[in-house]
Design a protein around this ligand. Structure first.
Ligand SMILES: [Zn+2]
Length: 311
């Protein structure tokens, strides 16, 4: 791959406070990560590498974790994904790497460091990133939200179990380290796995205030919860309908002078507890009224009896 210095300086100057010239900067190429299963038995998909390519633009790299001064840092100003037309990974995919061009401002302090990079001594890079999906390569289960019995590094039916990393959410800094995790080009990735969601998916949804992305198992869990809520809702609606029907019957019997449909319309806004109370009141009223004609009959009969007695 060839690089056009004018074009690169233009790209670099998007990140600098004042424009730099060719002599001011040291530019080098990095391999940030690839799609091979690494020493941690984890693997980025080529799609994840493409997402990381965008996320790593402008990100700073450190050469020494204990020394975070300006002089000891470099910045990625261009990234691209390179697929090898011939070479295949252990998983049978075209071997794909995420490459970057980075620059550092030449100073007296980093002369030695530049010499080390030139000499190929410092070439191990670790990348920090957040991945939205981390799945078992054997069964596809999300490692963070649902467990499975497959263990990383073990072989199942001739298949090496590892974690498949997808859905790159963020890229943090990258740095040169002594021991790389990725076999190729000395790259490791001390990536920060995002905290798993709360076990109660509904709580997660309720607490979300800035969008939410769900894994497949989380989506299944949410769909199950929705189905349960729909069932409970249907049962509650049936109970309310039963109460309203009973209230309608009560109104007809106990309050015949009232417009029943208007009365029921008003009832619709009431809570189930209030509907229950209203229903009880109307039922009691109806029972009292059904009892009353017998009492009237008795009082009417009394004088008759008396009359009979008098006779
Ligand atoms: Zn599994």
């Amino acid at each position: 791959m060839t690089f056009d210095i004018e074009q690169e300086l233009e790209q670099i100057n998007q990140y600098t406070r004042k424009a730099v010239a060719q002599d001011d900067v040291y530019i080098f190429t990095l391999t940030l990560c690839d799609n091979e299963v690494d020493r941690d038995f984890e693997r980025f998909t080529p799609e994840a590498l493409a997402q990381l390519a965008e996320l790593f633009k402008g990100k700073t790299g450190l050469f020494d974790h204990s020394c975070k001064s300006e002089q000891q840092s470099a910045r990625v100003f261009a990234t691209w994904v390179e697929a090898d037309p011939v070479r295949k990974t252990s998983q049978g995919e075209p071997y794909t790497t995420l490459k970057a061009r980075a620059y550092m401002i030449r100073t007296k302090e980093n002369e030695a460091l530049i010499a080390e990079i030139e000499g190929g001594i410092k070439k191990e890079v670790s990348v920090g990133c957040a991945m939205g999906s981390l799945c078992c390569s054997v069964c596809g289960a999300d490692r963070r939200t649902e467990g499975c019995d497959h263990r990383k590094g073990h072989t199942y039916n001739g298949q090496l179990c590892h974690d498949v990393l997808r859905d790159a959410r963020d890229a943090y800094e990258w740095s040169f380290v002594a021991v790389p995790a990725q076999r190729e080009a000395g790259v490791t990735k001390a990536f920060l796995k995002e905290a798993p969601m709360k076990p109660d998916i509904l709580e997660t949804v309720k607490a979300a205030d800035n969008g939410l992305s769900l894994s497949k198992p989380q989506l299944r869990q949410l769909q199950k919860e929705i189905a349960q809520l729909e069932q409970a809702g249907a049962e509650a609606a049936a109970y309310r309908a039963k109460l309203l029907s009973e209230i309608g019957r009560g109104v007809t019997l106990a309050l015949p002078q009232i417009d029943k449909s208007l009365f029921l319309e008003g009832c619709k806004a009431m809570h189930a507890q209030d509907l229950e109370r209203l229903c009880d009141t109307l039922n009691k009223q109806t029972r009292d009224m059904q009892r009353r004609p017998q009492l009237f009959a008795k009082t009417e009969q009394t004088p008759t009896d008396n009359q009979a007695f008098c006779i």
